[in-house]
Design a protein around this ligand. Structure first.
Ligand code: GLA
Length: 388
């Protein structure tokens, strides 16, 4: 995590010398359950030890936001009542979450904010959800007497993505960032929103991320396209079964998917086929974890990679290459993590294979792509909180 002294000194320097309150929110990993959240399925994330730290202070104006992105050395001031909002992409998260908190009844007025982060950007670790939940946690504290519930903060973060940032995401990232607990993964049922904490300490194994350094970008069409495909299939099934209630692919069976195959077309069928399989894989992984059966956990991770790559088509050459290296090195499980189109693989690797795997992955990746992948050991950590 970021040193809070650094954030404080920048906050003091950039504004009027006064200090504010400091809040932190993490990025996330996801063991399994990809592209299932907006399909009402299960996900299995946990918060990490990398995140966003923001210092915030009410500035006494009606709607003037003065914002400083420390890492980018970029300052943007804007009015909250301006219907267009700022153009700068990072500032849109501040604008969007402020608007969404207002909708929840929080009387947000002018404030100053400086923030810094160490979630690698475009790595599939949800730097954007970390921003949303951090800023929301601060606004709830500064203007809302902390009356907004954690779930409403999650939904406000998601609405920020939908309404101000162009990504029709699910709730996994914001959920993980807000509800995370050190040492625990969480299995969330995205339809009922029930969740359970699972202590995660696989003896004899390490969880490690390898960042392909291909920056993924979810804003724009490919992510939203996948979501549209899924919704298209649900509509087709619902039309065939007027007696049933079909809101997401979670409500659909394999047989029903087969029934609409010709009608929805091969691309949408194949995407939905991945989602149905992924739902079952999350449940299988939970059972395997409880039984301490890491071989099954790993096998399912490889199956997910295959599905994300061949069926859902959200991989890229570099991620497939990293997955192949993991296989060659005898890594127990490996797959693309997060939305895809770049970013990291998540790898479950036996302690004794760890060093050789990392060394081989770096060497071979460099030979092929002339750049070194980045390696992050996963430390499952706490969710959004006020630091001081
Ligand atoms: C992104 C989205 C999430 C989820 C994942 C894929 O991280 O923000 O809602 O859909 O992709 O599992």
């Amino acid at each position: 995590m970021i040193a809070i002294e650094e954030v404080r000194s920048r906050f003091i320097k950039h504004f009027d010398g006064k200090t504010g309150n400091i809040y932190a929110s993490p990025g996330r990993i996801n063991l399994i359950g990809e592209h299932t959240d907006y399909n009402g399925g299960f996900v299995f994330p946990g918060a990490v030890d990398k995140g966003i730290v923001a210092e915030m202070r009410v500035n006494g104006t009606e709607d003037m936001i003065m914002a400083y992105a420390i890492d980018l050395k970029d300052r943007v001031d804007f009015h909250l009542n301006d219907p267009a909002g700022p153009r700068t992409s990072w500032a849109r998260y501040i604008y969007g979450i402020s608007k969404e908190m207002q909708k929840l009844g929080v009387p947000v007025k002018g404030f100053n904010i400086a923030f810094s982060g160490d979630v690698p950007l475009g790595a599939g670790m949800s730097s954007s959800a970390a921003m949303e939940s951090c800023f929301a946690c601060g606004l709830n504290d500064l203007f809302g007497d902390n009356k907004v519930s954690k779930w409403d903060i999650v939904l406000a973060g998601q609405a920020t993505e939908h309404n101000y940032c162009g990504v029709n995401c699910g709730i996994m990232d914001q959920f993980a960032s807000v509800f995370g607990q050190a040492g625990k993964l969480m299995r969330l049922d995205c339809r009922s929103r029930e969740f359970e904490y699972f202590p995660f300490d696989p003896k004899g194994y390490k969880l490690v991320l390898i960042n392909s350094c291909v920056k993924h970008e979810l804003a724009g069409s490919p992510y939203n396209d996948r979501r549209n495909s899924c919704e298209h299939v649900v509509k087709a099934i619902a039309a065939k079964h007027p007696e049933g209630k079909f809101e997401t692919l979670r409500d659909c069976t394999w047989e029903q998917l087969e029934e609409v195959r010709a009608e929805v077309g091969e691309e949408d069928y194949t995407r939905a086929h991945f989602v149905l399989g992924e739902k079952d894989r999350v449940l299988a992984v939970c059972d395997a974890l409880v039984a301490g059966d890491y071989e099954t956990v790993g096998k399912k991770m490889y199956e997910t990679h295959e599905g994300l790559s061949k069926e859902y088509e959200v991989s890229c050459e570099e991620l497939d290459f990293l997955n192949d290296i993991a296989k060659e090195c005898g890594v127990t499980g490996s797959r693309i993590m997060g939305g895809g189109f770049g970013g990291c693989t998540i790898n479950l690797v036996k302690d004794e294979l760890y060093d050789a795997f990392i060394e081989t992955a770096k060497k071979k990746y460099f030979e092929k792509y002339n750049k070194l992948p980045k390696v992050y050991d996963v430390v499952i950590s706490d969710g959004s909180r006020k630091l001081c």
